[in-house]
Design a protein around this ligand. Structure first.
Ligand code: CA
Ligand code: CA
Ligand code: CA
Ligand code: CA
Length: 329
């Protein structure tokens, strides 16, 4: 098939519309002879470079280059960042497909949103913290996208987020929006993004703005110092900018909330560190658990003290920052 105009793919082409096992093998060229779509069927060129339309093979695949931000990378090092403040301001994550999609029913959400936590394949589900924008079973207009939209006041802890097919028993699924009483689910997919904390809502991830107390200054010297433009002190070096709400004296190193600091907590931190997972070990909120977090952890671990009050404050704080008490491994 040849579409001579390089912006000529404007509508929707559906291959294997009857879901009868048909394949897409015929080359499609949009523009000049070298502009063949590849690889098939999940070609890489974004639709805005082709005219806005798409060619989809049923069951429709996830279209990474039409998704915003990009999100096929399941690893923290390559995941695309989104600020917590942007989500609180109504920021959106758009997941694209090669063909139109819709919810199979009105029962629950057809997709699931979760945060990966350092307990192997456990996902903390946070679907209900987002508005899910998707075509309903009846009505609405055709769309190749599912959008999740952040809410004001919702907690978006740092870490690697995951969007996938709905899994609730008897709940909705994301299906191909094609004729028929039981349209197939879209092909299995995973879309990832990395949330970074921006507790002072200035549009910059806090981790890059944080100037921790140095060994040569006292607490009051630190508090009265003026850091450079766009920088903020962290005089109680808990990873949180001092301009943001903080709870002095909480027991950061108590990772399992039992009010004691011991090897069990160290093991949880090491697991988070080894896997770069968060938000459980991500004290500075840059999305992963790394050397900066280890320094903070060590400071609180070395104190070996965890009063009942500090333990409770830690619990409250972790609930506020991470949105939920993480499961204990
Ligand atoms: Ca910030
Ligand atoms: Ca602080
Ligand atoms: Ca503990
Ligand atoms: Ca971190």
């Amino acid at each position: 098939m040849l579409i001579a105009n390089p912006s000529g793919l404007k509508g929707q082409v559906v291959v294997n519309r009857a879901n009868g096992g048909g394949q897409w093998t015929t080359p499609v060229v949009v523009g000049s002879g070298s502009a063949e779509l590849s690889p098939l069927p999940a070609y890489s060129k974004p639709s805005d470079q082709l005219g806005g339309g798409a060619i989809g093979l049923v069951p429709f695949r996830y279209y990474e280059n039409d998704s915003v931000p990009l999100g096929a990378n399941a690893d923290i090092a390559n995941a695309h960042p989104v600020l917590s403040s942007a989500l609180n301001a109504g920021g959106e994550i758009k997941v694209g497909f090669y063909g139109p999609v819709r919810a199979s029913s009105t029962s629950g959400s057809p997709i699931e949103v979760g945060i990966i936590v350092p307990n192997q394949n456990v996902y903390m589900r946070v679907t209900d913290r987002f508005d899910i924008i998707v075509r309903p079973p009846t009505g609405g207009s055709e769309s190749r996208f599912v959008t999740i939209k952040g809410r004001s006041g919702a907690v978006y802890g740092s870490g690697l987020y995951y969007i996938t097919q709905g899994t609730a028993t008897g709940g909705a699924r994301l299906v191909c929006d094609i004729p028929g009483t039981t349209p197939p689910n879209v092909a299995s997919f995973g879309h990832y993004f990395l949330v970074k904390r921006d507790c002072n809502s200035d549009g910059i991830a806090d981790a890059g703005q944080r100037v921790p107390i140095s060994s040569s200054e006292t607490f009051s010297q630190c508090q009265s110092s003026v850091p450079g433009p766009g920088l903020f002190r962290d005089c109680e070096p808990d990873g949180v900018l001092d301009v943001c709400p903080t709870l002095n004296g909480r027991c950061y190193a108590d990772m399992n909330f039992d009010c004691e600091v011991n090897d069990a907590d160290f093991q949880i931190f090491v697991a988070a560190y080894t896997q770069l997972y968060s938000c459980v070990g991500d004290f500075d909120g840059n999305g992963n658990t790394d050397d900066q977090d280890f320094e903070i952890f060590t400071k609180f671990y070395d104190a070996l003290i965890c009063t009942e009050m500090a333990c409770e404050e830690n619990l409250v704080f972790r609930a506020a920052i991470c949105g939920e008490i993480p499961p204990t491994p």
